[in-house]
Design a protein around this ligand. Structure first.
Ligand SMILES: O=P(O)(O)OC[C@H]1O[C@H](OP(=O)(O)OP(=O)(O)O)[C@H](O)[C@@H]1O
Ligand SMILES: Nc1ncnc2[nH]cnc12
Length: 179
């Protein structure tokens, strides 16, 4: 599906993407963004385009550990905004609030420091991949629990067959490339 963000960043993502079958386990086609990160020109263009797309529309950028951090930090700096780290369980020193969520097998937990998010802020959540949507949905719950507004969920790659959007109802979900 074509959209404005796709037009800005779709090609640079596709030109620098690596696909690895059966990683990290049989049956998974792993979409690897590290070639994009290693290409300075491409990575710079990606961040420039994201910044232009969201300039003036958000107050903070939240990155999801760990690949989301790589995108959130330069985007926040480029926009002159703060970056919020939403982390896996046990990584942030307290006090924290956390949300448990379902993985394909078992459960996981995401946490954030309450002081990192302010009431009424428009927070953009960013990550590399939207798969089942569990990680992003947990991040949405954390941002909202602290009285902030989720301005949108942005991912470079959306694996549409896993229906992650269904876990993010009513939200602006934008992706660079949809598979
Ligand atoms: O939509 P979901 O089914 O929740 O999956 C998407 C998440 O999975 C990957 O992270 P992973 O947990 O592998 O961690 P990493 O970023 O530290 O590699 C990816 O970076 C997303 O955060
Ligand atoms: N297929 C995939 N490739 C890369 N990261 C992922 N996270 C969840 N599914 C993924």
């Amino acid at each position: 599906m074509s959209n404005e963000l796709n037009a800005r960043i779709g090609q640079v993502i596709l030109d620098n993407l690596r696909e690895i079958p059966d990683f990290p386990e049989p049956g998974v086609l792993f979409r690897d963004i590290t070639p994009l990160l290693a290409n300075g020109e491409a990575f710079g263009k990606l961040i420039d385009e994201l910044a232009e797309h969201y300039r003036g529309k958000i107050d903070a950028v939240a990155g999801l550990e760990s690949r989301g951090f790589i995108l959130a930090a330069p985007l926040a700096v480029k926009l002159g905004l703060g970056m919020i780290t939403i982390r896996k369980a046990g990584k942030l020193p307290g006090p924290v609030i956390g949300v448990d969520y379902e993985l394909e097998y078992g459960t996981a937990r995401m946490e954030v420091r309450p002081e990192a998010i302010h009431e009424g802020q428009r927070v953009l959540i960013i990550d590399d991949v939207l798969a089942t949507g569990g990680t992003a949905a947990a991040a949405v719950e954390l941002v909202r629990a602290l009285g902030a507004e989720v301005a949108g969920v942005t991912v470079l790659l959306e694996l549409a067959g896993l229906n992650g959007r269904d876990r993010l109802p009513g939200l602006l979900v934008e992706s660079g490339v949809t598979f």
